[in-house]
Design a binder for this molecule. Structure first.
Ligand SMILES: [Zn+2]
Length: 434
């Protein structure tokens, strides 16, 4: 938790209102009783309140208290049943949700929530990585990836490529629109992920034509076609590069007299050792594609040595070694602060809310990511949320407290809900008439 910023549009009420108005503009071939807005807002409530299952959400939303609260806080007129929810969203085209990531991001920018997130030369760090969001040994569709096991069973799965704005000094991360990795993309896993990256980056540039970004990725990304696309889209990069994938590059660096080595020990006793060379050919078959090479060893006082190597388009000199190294290593935040948070801090990511026959699992993945983005923006820019999180001591406890109150009392607005966690009120009981 950081910066003392607090803006109306960075509060739950403002962000959910933005989502609601966005959903209302999507053409809705209404099934008569429940509007598309109510289906989609129910999805945001399901993940926003961290319900463990759709069934539990349905049970609760039949109760008068929860129904009234869903109306007051999420603007839901009528929450759908578990079955209707799955059917309607299975038929919904998930790409219609993508502009909402940008709209929420624009609020974050306007509310100055990104102040302090620029990392190098006014650029933000954007970490890209793939992860799974559905898996089953039984349920599957034509888009499912397949893993065939030795014992003859098959695991079916869906994956996505996440793109998340990160900063080494801040705990918040902000996802931009993720891209599903589809089976049709190619027979091999890596083909799939690379093709998804191609679509994601092109869409990202269309959505954010002027955003100054440094893309940080793992070693799968340091290939010529990908680097050329990054250059074409005016995206800067720091990409992992393994010696085993880049024998030519490592040999080139070792044989070049201009290769420079720098070493120093910091106040904590950590020894930082760097080796770098600007303008090295990526590999033999792409000799004309020049990259700047950075290798790093971290020696901690307990004797542990960690080794990394990257390629970048930033010109490396003695003054930016630490900055480039820390920026590259912030890549892990897509896993640690995003996917792990979704998995272990109440969002029930990878827990199957439903697969459907068409789009359900992808629609649910987006609604979960959007609910996560809304939480992250609040954490960055809403003082009440920050204070409630401090009072609750952990995310998991905060979600539990939110939902407990949701079940128990009538809540007029988000401010009251958060205040009740910061300073729990005395519950006024009805008079004893026994
Ligand atoms: Zn599937």
């Amino acid at each position: 938790m950081s910066a003392p910023i607090s803006r109306k549009q960075l509060s739950a009420a403002g962000l959910l209102n933005k989502a609601r108005r966005f959903f209302a503009k999507i053409p809705d071939p209404c099934d008569g009783k429940i509007t598309l807005v109510d289906y989609l807002m129910s999805g945001l409530a399901l993940f926003g309140l961290k319900y463990p299952s759709l069934l539990q959400f349905e049970h609760d939303s039949r109760e008068e208290t929860t129904r009234a609260n869903l109306h007051a806080l999420y603007g839901i007129e009528r929450a759908p049943s578990d079955t209707r929810f799955r059917e309607r969203l299975d038929a919904f085209d998930p790409s219609q949700l993508l502009p909402l990531y940008k709209a929420l991001f624009a609020d974050l920018q306007r509310g100055k929530g990104l102040e302090g997130f620029e990392y190098l030369d006014g650029h933000y760090l954007l970490s890209l990585d793939g992860t799974g969001y559905f898996s089953s040994t039984k349920v599957h569709c034509p888009q499912c990836g397949e893993k065939h096991h030795r014992n003859g069973t098959t695991t079916y799965y869906h994956q996505m490529l996440g793109a998340v704005l990160v900063h080494p000094d801040h705990s918040e991360v902000f996802p931009l629109a993720p891209e599903p990795i589809l089976k049709q993309d190619g027979a091999r896993k890596n083909d799939c992920e690379r093709n998804a990256a191609k679509r994601l980056l092109a869409d990202l540039r269309r959505a954010h034509p002027h955003l100054k970004l440094i893309v940080v990725e793992d070693a799968l990304a340091s290939n010529a076609p990908h680097i050329r696309q990054l250059q074409e889209l005016n995206l800067r990069f720091i990409l992992g590069a393994k010696p085993s994938d880049h024998t030519h590059l490592f040999a080139w660096v070792a044989a070049t007299p201009e290769t420079r080595e720098v070493e120093f020990t910091d106040a904590k006793g950590v020894r930082h050792r760097f080796r770098y060379l600007n303008g090295a050919p990526l590999n033999e078959s792409n000799f004309d594609l020049e990259v700047n090479f950075l290798e790093y060893w971290e020696h901690t006082p307990d004797g542990k040595v960690t080794h990394f190597s990257w390629v970048t388009d930033f010109t490396i000199d003695d003054s930016n070694l630490m900055t480039l190294m820390r920026g590259a290593r912030a890549r892990w935040k897509v896993e640690n602060e995003t996917f792990n948070t979704l998995e272990n801090q109440g969002y029930h990511f990878e827990h199957n809310f439903g697969h459907g026959n068409n789009n359900l699992s992808t629609v649910l993945m987006h609604l979960m990511m959007l609910a996560f983005l809304i939480d992250q923006i609040q954490q960055r820019g809403c003082r009440l949320f920050q204070a409630a999180l401090t009072a609750a001591q952990s995310k998991t406890r905060l979600w539990r407290k939110l939902r407990a109150r949701f079940d128990l009392c009538l809540i007029p607005d988000w401010d009251t809900l958060y205040r009740s966690i910061i300073q729990p009120p005395l519950l006024p009981l009805p008079p004893d008439t026994s």
